[in-house]
Design a protein around this ligand. Structure first.
Ligand code: NAD
Length: 291
């Protein structure tokens, strides 16, 4: 099938983890969520992560801090959770309010509990191809899609649009690693790239992580390319009760006929992010049980 059903793949991962967690003897894995303020998207993301953890049998702990929390108070909470041996994973929901230093907060998390993979040490472990590190969930989810859908990156020209640490840059690093689900030749495009359509046209695999609806148009995509759309954008839609709908970065209707495989939005990469977070939490539990 041409369409990649990320929702189904993520449900498969959740059910595999549910079985693995049920087989554990003794205490179950535990993930702590820290959310600052009431940003509606953050509230919804954390609720979804909380629900998925519960479904698997991972114990979720939710710490809701006020928008006005100081850096010292936030750091004290992180340190408390670092010291708590019953907590295996810690996630600070991004974005934090502007007065807080987000990267400093990520770097304070015990790297062995950093299930979002944003700690400087885990970013470095991706570069060093250390299998015991934690890889940021969205790029890890794209690799998992490729693995499970039999999409080989070996020797392929992968063009990534976007260079954020959370998606584009980390995915580029993963795709160029040595290994069975990597070995790609990678080009990274960003806001300063010249002749971007021409570069993207040369791609066997396009990964779009920009944050702009309809950025990738049909004329940019080679016939038979694999198209992975990471974008999550709200566009006005008066026909919806909410007044908006979610679209990706790819002009799906125009690009789909040319692509050999394509992820939809919603239901493509999005659900994989939560599934990979749960996989990372299980991994953290296992690594901590070993030591
Ligand atoms: P970001 O804003 O941090 O990065 C966007 C990147 O796009 C930048 O590197 C920038 O150089 C590039 N860019 C911007 N304008 C460009 C242009 N005109 N030409 C070429 N490149 C351009 O965003 P992000 O955090 O990487 O997220 C990207 C998109 O992916 C967003 O829509 C976001 O909502 C979505 N996202 C989805 C998930 C998921 O779970 N599926 C996770 C994270 C982000």
């Amino acid at each position: 099938m041409k369409l990649i059903d990320g929702k189904q793949i993520s449900q498969d991962i959740v059910s595999e983890l549910t079985t693995e967690v049920a087989e554990l003897k003794g205490t179950k894995p535990c993930i702590a969520f820290i959310r600052v303020g009431e940003d509606p998207a953050s509230v919804s993301y954390v609720r979804q992560k909380n629900r998925t953890a519960e479904k698997i049998g991972i114990t979720p702990l939710l710490f809701e801090l006020p928008e006005t929390v100081t850096q010292e108070e936030l750091f004290a909470k992180v340190e408390e959770l670092n010291a708590d041996k019953t907590v295996n994973g810690i996630l600070i929901q991004s974005p934090l309010p502007k007065h807080l230093d987000e990267q400093a907060a990520f770097n304070l998390i015990d790297p062995n509990k950093d299930v979002d993979g944003f700690h400087v040490q885990n970013a470095g472990r991706v570069v060093q191809e250390d299998p015991d590190g934690f890889v940021s969930c969205t790029p890890a989810g794209i690799i998992e899609i490729c693995k499970r859908e039999g999409i080989s990156l070996e020797g392929k020209h992968v063009v990534v649009i976007g260079r954020s640490l959370i998606v584009g840059k980390t995915f580029a690093l993963l795709a160029m690693q040595k290994g069975p689900h990597a070995n790609a030749t990678v080009t990274v495009c960003h806001s300063r790239t010249k002749n971007l359509p021409e570069v993207v046209r040369a791609a066997d695999v396009v990964v779009a992580a920009i944050g702009r609806p309809n950025f990738v148009t049909a004329d940019m995509v080679k016939d038979g390319a694999v198209v992975i759309d990471v974008g999550i954008n709200r566009v006005e839609d008066p026909s919806k009760k909410s007044g908006y709908r979610i679209v990706g970065d790819v002009d799906f209707a125009a690009v789909e006929p040319k692509a050999s495989r394509i992820t939809p939005v919603p239901g493509g990469v999005g659900p994989m992010t939560v599934a990979m977070l749960m996989k990372n939490t299980f991994k953290a539990y296992q690594l901590q049980s070993r030591s």
